[in-house]
Design a protein around this ligand. Structure first.
Ligand SMILES: Cc1ncc(COP(=O)(O)O)c(C=O)c1O
Length: 456
C-alpha cells in the first residue's frame, strides 16, 4: 500500500550556485512504482552472465518462429498498399484485420463456433503485450485505496501494477486447485464487516498454470468464481480479471474451460490473453475481451498512452493467423517446453528429493515449477541461500516472497520459482544440481551455527 501521507510537494534544496538546480519533483505514481523487484532481477542476470538462469520467465529461444515471421513479413509487404497500411498508424482499440482474426482464434480456444462466442470484434482490444492490458485496466478501475483480491501467490509484476495505481491487493489462500473459493468468500466477508466491500473492484486470477505456482484453477472453481463475484456485487460490480497468459502452453492434463466462458452475458469477466508465450514476445501483442461498457473507458486511457499499439506487429500477427502456421507452431512450442519441464522434474527427483523438507509442484503447463525448502531457510534476495546460489554454485531463481501480496511480515519466505523456459534441458539439470548443492550447504551451515550458538 503506498504511503497515503506522501507529500505532493518536493523538498527543494537551496540554490547555492548558478549550476545547481532545484530537485526534480517526482509524482506519487512514481513513488508507488519505484524499487520493483523485476529491475533487480534483470540487473542480477546482466551482472552474472555465467549463472544458470532458472529465474528468467522467458520463452524457449530455440523455438521462436523466425521462418513463420519472415514469411508473414514478406507477404505483408508484397502488396504495397497492404504494406503501407501496416506501416501507418492504426486505431486505439487495434487494427480490424487482427480483431477479426482474434474472434476466430478465441472461438478455437473456447471450442465453439465464432457466432456462439456472444461478442463482436468491437469488444476485443489489442494491447502492447497483455501487460499493457493489465496496466491500463487497473488505471481505469482503481482509485488509491480501492481493493483487488489476488491469489497467494500470484504474478508479482501485477502486484507491482496494483501498487503503482495505489490499489490494495488482498491475498486469498490457494491450494493445488488454485484460488480457494472458501477463502475468497471469507475475505469478502471480512471486507464487508470492515465496511470496505464498496472498495472491492476486482478479483485477479491467472487461471491456467499460474505464474509462479504452475497450478490451474479447477473447472468447478472457475464457475464458482463468476457466481461469487456476482453475488458479492452489491454497491458496485466486482469484476474478474482472468489472466490466461499461459493457456496455450498445455503439456498434459485436462483442457479446462475459461472462467470467461461461465460469464454467460459477458458482463463480469475480462479475459486477458497474449501471443508472447505461444508465438513471440518480441512482437508485444496481447489482447483483451472486455464487457461492452468498458471498451470506451479503456480506449480513452489507452489513447493517452499510445493511441494504438504497433500497427505493423498487429498486421503481422493477423497474417500469421491467416496463413495457418500458428497452430503447428504452438504444437512445436509445447513439444519443446514439455521436454524442458520433464528435464527439470527429473532433475528435481534426482537432486532435490533426497534433501529433507524440500518439495515442489508438478505443473501440467506453463513455464514454472514452484519449490519449497524447509521453513527455516529463507530464499530472499539478501538470504544466504540466494547469495550462495548466485555467487558460489552459479544458479539463479526468483524468491517466492515476491509473489505474495500483503504485509511483508505475513509472507512465506521459504519458496522459489524455477523457470524452465530459457535454458537447454542439460543446463536445467545442471542448474537443479547446483541449487541442491546450495541448499545442502546452507542447511549444514545453519545446523553448525545453531549447534555452536547452543554450545557457546
Ligand atoms: C501471468 C502473466 N500475465 C501477463 C504477462 C505479460 O506478458 P505479455 O505482456 O508479454 O503479454 C506475463 C508475463 O510473463 C505473465 O506471466
Amino acid at each position: 500500500m503506498p504511503a497515503e501521507s506522501a507529500t505532493s510537494s518536493p523538498v527543494r534544496q537551496p540554490v547555492a550556485g548558478q549550476n545547481q538546480q532545484p530537485e526534480i519533483h517526482l509524482s506519487h505514481r512514481w513513488k508507488w512504482s519505484s524499487q520493483q523487484a523485476i529491475s533487480f532481477l534483470m540487473q542480477q542476470g546482466v551482472e552474472n552472465p555465467d549463472v544458470i538462469s532458472l529465474a528468467a520467465g522467458l520463452v524457449d529461444p530455440a523455438s521462436l518462429p523466425v521462418a513463420e515471421t519472415r514469411q508473414a513479413v514478406q507477404e505483408l509487404l508484397a502488396v504495397p498498399a497492404r504494406g503501407r497500411q501496416a506501416l501507418q498508424y492504426g486505431t486505439t482499440a487495434g487494427v480490424e484485420p487482427l480483431r477479426r482474426q482474434l474472434v476466430q482464434h478465441l472461438a478455437r480456444l473456447e471450442n465453439v463456433e465464432p457466432d456462439s462466442l456472444g461478442i463482436t470484434p468491437q469488444q476485443i482490444v489489442v494491447t502492447t503485450g497483455s501487460q499493457q492490458l493489465l496496466s491500463v485496466l487497473s488505471e481505469i478501475l482503481f482509485d488509491p485505496g480501492d481493493i483487488c483480491l489476488v491469489a497467494a501467490p500470484t504474478y508479482f509484476v501485477y502486484l507491482g501494477v496494483l501498487e503503482g495505481v495505489g490499489a490494495r491487493a488482498v491475498p486469498v489462500q490457494t491450494d493445488n486447485d488454485g484460488m480457494r473459493m472458501d477463502d475468497l468468500e471469507r475475505q469478502l466477508g471480512l471486507l464487508e464487516q470492515a465496511g470496505e466491500l464498496d472498495r472491492v473492484r476486482m478479483i485477479y486470477v491467472v487461471s491456467s498454470y499460474e505464474n509462479p505456482s504452475g497450478v490451474s484453477l479447477s473447472a468447478d472453481r472457475r464457475e464458482q468464481l463468476v457466481e461469487i463475484s456476482r453475488r458479492w456485487s452489491r454497491e458496485n460490480r466486482i469484476l474478474v480479471l482472468e489472466d490466461a497468459a499461459y493457456r496455450e502452453l498445455r503439456y498434459d492434463g485436462p483442457e479446462l474451460p475459461s472462467v470467461w466462458s461461465f460469464d454467460r452475458d459477458r458482463s463480469s469477466v475480462i479475459l486477458a490473453q497474449t501471443f508472447s508465450k505461444s508465438f513471440a514476445p518480441g512482437l508485444r501483442v496481447g489482447f483483451g475481451v472486455l464487457p461492452q461498457e468498458l471498451v470506451a473507458p479503456f480506449c480513452d486511457r489507452k489513447g493517452n498512452e499510445d493511441f494504438g499499439s504497433a500497427s505493423f506487429c498487429q498486421h503481422l500477427l493477423a497474417q500469421v493467423l491467416a496463413q495457418g502456421q500458428y497452430q503447428s507452431h504452438v504444437e512445436e512450442v509445447r513439444r519443446a517446453c514439455r521436454i524442458k519441464r520433464d528435464a527439470l522434474l527429473q532433475a528435481a527427483e534426482q537432486y532435490l528429493a533426497p534433501l529433507e523438507g524440500v518439495s515442489w509442484l508438478q505443473p501440467h503447463g506453463g513455464l514454472y515449477v514452484w519449490a519449497t525448502v524447509p521453513e527455516h531457510i529463507s530464499t530472499g534476495f539478501d538470504s544466504p541461500l540466494f547469495q550462495h546460489a548466485v555467487q558460489q554454485t552459479g544458479v539463479m531463481y526468483v524468491p517466492g516472497e515476491l509473489f505474495y501480496a500483503g504485509e511483508p511480515a505475513g509472507r512465506r519466505r521459504c519458496q522459489m520459482r524455477l523457470s524452465f523456459g530459457v535454458e537447454e534441458p542439460d543446463t536445467i539439470r545442471e542448474g537443479i544440481r547446483r541449487l541442491a548443492e546450495s541448499i545442502r550447504a546452507i542447511t549444514s551451515y545453519q545446523s553448525v551455527t545453531s549447534y555452536q550458538s547452543v554450545t557457546s
